[in-house]
Design a protein around this ligand. Structure first.
Ligand SMILES: [Fe+2]
Length: 508
């Protein structure tokens, strides 16, 4: 922070190429929800320093919140079929220290984005809903790495994740893109965006899904090398997006949300809901991390997880808390008329699955009547029984938003508290929990979210004190830009950020 420009400065970098919009906000004419409202692309990279603060950024918050937005750089080849999951990743870094905030955004300059920049237009077709075929020049990677799903520091590297390719490494201060990262040769072509960090060892627990094969990995915190891997063939090409980890198990849910590359090649939807592939319904697959034994358990219905809060063990039971959705993808019976943006995500609810490892039986129950997405916990509770989970509500309060409030579920008492956005703020991001230094309690920390201001159409950072969650946020930090609605992010404390900056400076 000491090398930053003077306070109050906002520096923008317009996309200075043919076909670029005149202003930073890019709205192509379409009814597609994923290209309007809080999703509307923003076509400038920005630096801003000493941002205005409403309230007070607590002095014990020091570090950076890295978030990623889904922000198509070029007009999609088919704006009606375009899907949120296909937007180009733009990383936002929110740097907080000494009660002050600085901000920077940058697109992740992947090899496939370089091709589109050279060509001056989108050349890749959509992989979710199909549509207009691609127009790939000879030297283009065959599949696009949109690098848009998650971002965080591991092994002193700021890594950007997308499950259809390798992570990309960026400088954590300048957000310059360096290139791909394969964990020192430990993985080959794919990597989940939903890695977990073991709060005790610091090791990364993750997987890659290639067709029907799920490969589980553990990477060492000290060396960054992969030190465990184990492949499981689940028999169907499930779109395995997230998973959960308890003390002794890795938990995968096999549901009929498929990723069909053969259909994409025909210009048809690639994300397909096909219940016929699982005649006994969705399955919970447990990988015993001690023995590498794999067991299958019928869930008793045909649903899919969106994201997981956590998993833990209680006696013989593995308890899995997630958000459950009843359909994810275009039904196999209507591939010619893909599900539209407004109906793509049915409401998802907090749900608990309990697998008895002695009997193999599974029970389940809904935890909350408040629809929502992006469940999160205090990451220090990974693998343990958390008391609190946080998520963004999806109560369908408005047609143009995805989310509409911030919720905290109390697993002990079974109630859900919803916090509305102040003023015109709505469409909050996934909540990120930042533990206070030296925290002794699970709720001792802050919940950070990015919201969309319906009046200004710009974004705003909110900081809630987790211990007084239903009070006003302790700080609001209006940003000079919109961060188009995206997916995931992580907090890096000042020590982790400084180490990663030092490592990146060597390579820059
Ligand atoms: Fe995700």
């Amino acid at each position: 922070m000491s090398t930053l420009p003077p306070p109050g400065v906002v520096i923008t970098s317009p996309m200075n190429i043919a076909g670029a919009p005149e202003g930073p906000s890019q709205q192509w004419p379409t009814e597609n929800k994923f290209l309007n409202g809080p999703f509307t692309p923003w076509h400038e990279e920005t630096q801003a320093y000493d941002l205005p603060v409403i309230g007070h950024i607590p002095e014990d918050i020091a570090g950076a919140l890295f978030r990623i937005s889904s922000n198509p750089r070029f007009r999609p080849r088919n704006t009606d079929r375009y899907h949120w999951w296909e937007g180009d990743g733009m990383v936002a870094g929110l740097y907080l220290r000494d009660g002050k905030a600085a901000f920077r955004t940058s697109w992740v300059l992947t090899d496939s984005m370089k091709i589109e920049v050279e060509q001056g237009e989108a050349v890749y077709s959509g992989f979710v809903n199909g549509g207009t075929p691609g127009r790939l020049p000879k030297n283009a990677p065959l599949a696009k790495n949109v690098a848009n799903t998650n971002v965080g520091i591991f092994d002193d590297h700021l890594l950007v994740y997308f499950e259809g390719g390798l992570p990309y490494r960026m400088h954590p201060r300048t957000l310059e893109t360096f290139g791909t990262h394969d964990f020192h040769g430990g993985i080959d072509t794919l990597c989940t965006a939903h890695y977990k960090i073991d709060p005790v060892t610091g090791d990364m627990l993750f997987f890659a899904a290639t067709g029907p094969v799920i490969t589980w990995y553990r990477a060492d915190a000290r060396t960054g090398h992969v030190i465990e891997s184990h492949a499981i063939d689940v028999g169907v090409p499930v779109l395995m997006h997230d998973f959960a980890v308890s003390e002794n198990y890795a938990v995968f849910l096999v549901a009929p949300n498929l990723f069909r590359t053969d259909l994409i090649a025909q210009g048809l939807p690639g994300v397909v809901w096909d219940e016929s592939v699982l005649p006994h319904g969705s399955q919970i697959v447990l990988l015993d991390r001690r023995t590498l034994k794999v067991t299958w358990h019928e869930m008793g219905d045909t649903s899919a997880p969106t994201h997981f809060f956590n998993a833990h063990e209680a006696g013989d039971e593995v308890v899995v808390d997630c958000h459950r959705i009843t359909r994810l993808g275009t039904p196999a019976s209507r591939l010619g008329t893909p599900v539209t943006s407004h109906e793509w995500f049915p409401p998802a609810y907090s749900w608990q699955w309990r697998v008895n490892t002695a009997t193999g039986k599974v029970s389940n129950r809904r935890l909350s009547g408040i629809a929502g997405e992006f469940p999160k916990i205090n990451d220090n509770m990974l693998g343990k029984a958390q008391r609190y989970g946080y998520f963004a509500t999806t109560r369908s309060l408005a047609a143009d938003t995805m989310t509409d409030g911030l919720a905290r579920h109390d697993f002990r008492h079974g109630n859900t508290l919803v916090v509305e956005g102040p003023g015109a703020l709505t469409n909050p991001s996934e909540p990120v929990f930042v533990a206070r230094p030296g925290a002794e309690h699970e709720e001792d920390g802050y919940v950070l979210t990015l919201w969309w201001n319906r009046d200004t159409e710009l974004s705003e950072l909110l900081i809630h004190d987790a211990a007084s969650f239903d009070s006003e946020p302790v700080a609001r930090v209006p940003l000079p830009v919109r961060v188009p609605f995206g997916f995931h992010g992580n907090w890096a404390d000042q020590a982790a950020l400084d180490r990663a900056v030092a490592a990146a400076d060597v390579d820059a």
